[in-house]
Design a protein around this ligand. Structure first.
Ligand code: NGF
Length: 289
């Protein structure tokens, strides 16, 4: 069965400070209520790229303290500052015991493929852990070809990809050519087609509030029950469409707040929510959770 892995939301107060107790609660909620197989910590959903190194380390530490070894943890350590990425990798692996790390492709500057390959090989060089390449071309502008994925996968420590893209032809080519590498899908609204290609897992932000339907989709596809998979994906996409229209991370946080976990605010420069957003989130909880 493909793994269901929540891309973890991180609660911040109005001043942008980490809300530690709420973080503990949202980790526990994902384990005991959502019953997910793992957490992806420090990704886009965790608003990671706006945080300082100390806060990133604190988040990795708290998540591990709460989750212990009950579920799989993947630490996203990627950073435009490669030395920070290496420091975070060493910290999570050597001091906290994470077994998998992940790293976004370096962004902003137009790095060529050799530079990106060096970045990944450098990050894994000194740590005993598997690394999952985080490919999200819509946000980074970095598109790998099939052969370029192949070059990255030649490093035995690079064991898979978190594929957040809608190119299912490339996804299928990678799946067929690298059957021993892990393929995690990243777009929750395309979970059904990704599951049909044959993923090892799905990593998504909306699993914080919609894990049960996501699990039903994976189970239905694996049981060749396409009618159920389509029905549940359609319900899921009705929800995701409304979440996106209301502001993705604000709405996910507000929905969990409505469920009793105070998730605070998004980190500036992301907007703080409005009263209208709160009302929509409350309605979504009533209708879908
Ligand atoms: O939030 C984004 C940005 N993508 C996530 C997920 O791929 C990111 C996806 O779940 C992630 O895993 C992480 O790094 O935190 C979407 O939020 C969802 O499909 C709604 O579009 O694109």
């Amino acid at each position: 069965m493909a793994q269901l892995i929540t891309a973890l939301l991180v609660p911040f107060d109005e001043q942008g400070k980490l809300m530690e107790e709420s973080l503990r609660q949202v980790v526990e909620y994902n384990i005991t209520e959502n019953k997910v197989d793992g957490l992806y910590v420090g990704g886009s959903t965790g608003e990671n790229f706006m945080l300082d190194t100390t806060t990133k380390k604190n988040i990795f530490k708290i998540v591990k303290e709460v989750a212990e070894d009950r579920i799989e943890l993947i630490a996203q350590v990627g950073s435009l500052n490669i030395y920070e990425a290496k420091e975070l990798a060493a910290y999570v692996v050597n001091e906290l015991g994470y077994q998998k790390i992940s790293s976004v492709t370096p962004f902003y500057y137009k790095f060529d493929f050799e530079e990106i390959k060096n970045y990944y090989f450098e990050i894994v060089k000194d740590v005993e852990a598997e690394l999952i390449v985080y490919s999200i071309p819509a946000l980074t502008g970095v598109n790998f070809s099939e052969d370029q994925f192949g070059e990255l996968f030649e490093n035995p420590k690079i064991t898979g990809v978190k594929y957040t893209a809608g190119d299912f032809y490339l996804m299928e080519r990678l799946r067929s050519r690298f059957p021993d590498k892990l393929m995690y899908s990243g777009f929750d609204e395309m979970l059904l087609p990704a599951a049909a290609v044959g993923i090892d897992g799905a990593i998504g932000s909306t699993f914080n509030v919609n894990a049960k339907r996501a699990r039903q989709i994976l189970t239905a596809v694996e049981g060749n029950d396409l009618a159920t998979a389509r029905k549940v994906q359609a319900e899921t996409n009705d929800l995701i469409q409304k979440i996106l229209a209301n502001g993705l991370y604000n709405t996910l946080k507000l929905m969990l707040t409505e469920k009793g976990i105070d998730m605070g605010y998004c980190h500036l420069p992301m907007k703080h929510y409005t009263n209208e957003q709160v009302e929509v989130a409350q309605e979504l909880v009533k209708e879908y959770m």
